[in-house]
Design a protein around this ligand. Structure first.
Ligand SMILES: NC(=O)c1ccc[n+]([C@@H]2O[C@H](COP(=O)([O-])OP(=O)(O)OC[C@H]3O[C@@H](n4cnc5c(N)ncnc54)[C@H](O)[C@@H]3O)[C@@H](O)[C@H]2O)c1
Length: 388
C-alpha cells in the first residue's frame, strides 16, 4: 500500500516527545493505514534531549536548540509540541502561523487568556489541523463506552463520575520540578496537568458543566530543590469538581477529579456513567475489563464484567485476546491525528477524533470557574459565552 508520509518536527523532547518517537517507530503495528508519521527534525533547549532522538530515531536529520529554526525548515509539515505550559501560547501560535499542523499537549495554554490567544491563531489559519493530546479515550473499554453513549443506551443519565488519579507525588522526597510551580505549570495545578484527559469524553458527549463547586487541596507543601535545600510546592495537588450538567432536556451531577496524590493509583483514568436503563464503567486500573448494567423495570440489577477485546479504533497486528496498554493508546491517538491530516475530518477511516481545540477551551472555562469557586467558597457559573 502506498503511504502518505507526514514529515514531523518534535518540539520538546522530554517524557512525551519520546513517547511519540516510540509510537512512530512501531507504526508497522497498525494495519490498513495509508499514512505514516516520519520524525525528520527535533528541537529542545536541552541538548541531551535531542541527542536521544539523534541516537534512537534514524529518520531525524536535524536537531535544533531554537524552535523558530525548526519552524523555518521546509521539510517539516507537522509538529508535535510537548513543552511546559508557560511556553504553549508563544510556541503553539508560532507553529500555527508557520502553517504547520499541530498536535499540542494539554492544557493548550497556561490559562484561559493564553488559550484564547491560541484559538484566535487557529481561527486565522483554518487550513492547519490542530488537535490536543488525550490518549485514554482510545482504550478499547473507553471506546465501548463511547459507542454506548452514541447508541443512547443509558436512558436518563443519573450521574457521571470521571477522574484521573496519580500517586507519583505521594513521595515527599521527590524533588520539585516545573509541574509544581505556578510560573511554569499555571495556577490550575493538577487540573491543567490532568483535567483535559478527564473532560475529553464528557465534552465530546456534549456534557458541558453549567456550574462548579471546587475543592482544591495542597498536600505536600515543599520538596527538595535538588540543591540541598527545599522549595515551596505552589500548585494544587488534588481537585474535586462537583458540576451540574444540563443537556438534551436532562440535568445531572458530574463529579470530576484530578489527583496527583491518590495513594495506590499509578495512572488511573476512569469514567462511570449511571443511567436509568444502562450503567457502565471503565477504568485503566482494569484495562481489560468493561462493566455494564442493563436495567428494565422490575428486572434484576446485575453488573456484567466482560473482558474488552483488543479491538481498537485502528486495526493492529495484535489479536483480540491480548492486552491493550498506555503505549497502545498513544499509538491509536497518533493514528487518529495523522488520519485527519491525510484524509480530512470527514474522510477519516473511523470516526473518533483527537481532542479538539474547542474541547481544550472548554476545559479552560471549567478550570477558571473552579479557581473562582475555590476562592469564594461557593458555586461558580461556567462561562460558555463567545471567546473574547
Ligand atoms: N498526554 C499525556 O499523557 C501527558 C503526560 C505527561 C505530560 N504531558 C504534557 O506534555 C507537555 C510536556 O510534559 P513532559 O512531561 O513531556 O515534560 P518534560 O519536562 O519531560 O519535557 C519537556 C521538554 O521541553 C523542553 N523545553 C523547555 N523549554 C523549551 C524551549 N524553549 N524549546 C524547546 N524545548 C524546550 C525541556 O528541555 C524538556 O525536554 C506538558 O504540556 C504536559 O502537560 C502529557
Amino acid at each position: 500500500m502506498d503511504k502518505r508520509i507526514i514529515r514531523f518536527g518534535v518540539i520538546g523532547c522530554g517524557l512525551m516527545g519520546k513517547e511519540f518517537a516510540s509510537a512512530a517507530a512501531r507504526w508497522c503495528h497498525l494495519t490498513g493505514v495509508d499514512f505514516e508519521p516520519r520524525i525528520v527534525a527535533v528541537c529542545d533547549a536541552n541538548p541531551a534531549a535531542t541527542r536521544w532522538f539523534e541516537e534512537n530515531v534514524p529518520s531525524v536529520r536535524r536537531a535544533y536548540a531554537d524552535y523558530r529554526e525548526l519552524l523555518a525548515d521546509p521539510d517539516v509539515e507537522a509538529v508535535y509540541c510537548a513543552v511546559p505550559h508557560n511556553l504553549h501560547e508563544r510556541i503553539y501560535i508560532d507553529i500555527i502561523q508557520a502553517g504547520k499542523h499541530l498536535l499540542g499537549e494539554k492544557p493548550f495554554g497556561i490559562d484561559r487568556e493564553a488559550n484564547e490567544a491560541i484559538l484566535k491563531a487557529i481561527r486565522e489559519n483554518p487550513g492547519v489541523v490542530v488537535r490536543s493530546s488525550s490518549e485514554f479515550p482510545f482504550f478499547p473499554g473507553a471506546q465501548q463506552i463511547v459507542k454506548w453513549v452514541e447508541e443512547g443506551r443509558f436512558g436518563r443519565i443519573i450521574e457521571v463520575e470521571a477522574g484521573f488519579w496519580h500517586s507519583s507525588d505521594l513521595d515527599p522526597t521527590k524533588p520539585i520540578n516545573w509541574k509544581r510551580r505556578i510560573a511554569t505549570n499555571g495556577e490550575y495545578g493538577c487540573m491543567g496537568d490532568l483535567g483535559l484527559h478527564v473532560l475529553h469524553l464528557p465534552l465530546r458527549f456534549g456534557w458541558k458543566p453549567s456550574t462548579v463547586r471546587a475543592l482544591l487541596t495542597k498536600i505536600i507543601e515543599e520538596r527538595p530543590d535538588g540543591q540541598g535545600g527545599t522549595a515551596p510546592c505552589e500548585t494544587w495537588d488534588n481537585a474535586i469538581l462537583a458540576c451540574d450538567v444540563s443537556t438534551d432536556g436532562q440535568q445531572f451531577p458530574m463529579i470530576l477529579s484530578t489527583k496527583r496524590i491518590a495513594p495506590g493509583h499509578a495512572n488511573t483514568w476512569f469514567i462511570r456513567i449511571q443511567g436509568t436503563k444502562w450503567s457502565a464503567e471503565f477504568t485503566t486500573k482494569n484495562p481489560k475489563q468493561v462493566a455494564s448494567l442493563p436495567y428494565e423495570a422490575g428486572g434484576p440489577q446485575a453488573w456484567h464484567v466482560a473482558d474488552a477485546p483488543y479491538r481498537s479504533a485502528y486495526g493492529t497486528i495484535t489479536g483480540p485476546i491480548f492486552e491493550f496498554g498506555f503505549s497502545d493508546s498513544i499509538l491509536q491517538m497518533w493514528a487518529a491525528f495523522c488520519d485527519e491530516i491525510a484524509h480530512g475530518t470527514e474522510g477519516m477511516s473511523q470516526p473518533f477524533r483527537c481532542a479538539t481545540p474547542e474541547e481544550a477551551a472548554g476545559s479552560h472555562r471549567l478550570f477558571t470557574a473552579a479557581l473562582e469557586s475555590h476562592r469564594t467558597g461557593g458555586t461558580a457559573a461556567v462561562d460558555w459565552g463567545a471567546p473574547a
